[in-house]
Design a protein around this ligand. Structure first.
Ligand code: HEM
Length: 140
């Protein structure tokens, strides 16, 4: 049972991370599109669908199964897990920020530069590296 849960945890994480790495890239391209243009409207649909159909459900599943694993495996008192949850909270805050960005783009109210999205694009990658090392190596 535990290993099945872990397999579904990893599946949910792959879907969440795929979206978290791709969405800011869409924002970079969206910055170049003229508001009201056909291209801009297409980006809006892509961003909304990616967020609602993949990223948000995958985030909920990652959290739910992760907490379930911690409970059934008894790892809730381990140092690596506390550090990992801290990084996952930061990742979830990034998710919340992306929701806000999608809403602003949808209303043609984005004021941030393309450079800003290029930089922010790297944050989920850095967090993911830290989280996976903590989960697999368990250094403390
Ligand atoms: C707050 C949400 C999360 C909790 C509570 C949580 C908790 C856990 C627990 C208890 C395990 C089992 C560890 C083991 O049996 O060795 C696990 C496995 C794992 N988690 Fe998470 N996790 C969460 C989110 C994430 C995220 C966001 C990622 C990646 C970005 C991730 C990556 C992994 C990986 C790769 C494993 C497999 C480790 C192994 O088998 O060695 N987790 N998680």
């Amino acid at each position: 049972m535990y290993l099945w849960l872990k397999a579904f945890h990893v599946i949910a994480i792959i879907a969440w991370m795929a979206g978290m790495l791709y969405l800011p890239r869409l924002f970079v391209y969206h910055c170049e599109a003229e508001p009201g243009s056909k291209q801009s409207e297409t980006f809006k649909v892509m961003e909304r669908r990616l967020l609602n159909a993949i990223i948000t459900p995958a985030m909920v599943a990652s959290w739910a199964i992760g907490l379930w694993l911690a409970w059934t495996g008894g790892s809730y008192s381990a140092g690596w897990l506390h550090a990992k949850v801290l990084l996952v909270i930061v990742l979830s805050a990034m998710h919340g920020f992306f929701v806000r960005c999608v809403r602003e783009f949808a209303a043609d109210r984005n004021r941030r530069s393309q450079k800003f999205y290029r930089i922010i694009n790297e944050v989920p990658t850095i967090l993911m590296i830290g989280i996976v090392i903590l989960a697999v190596v368990k250094p403390f």
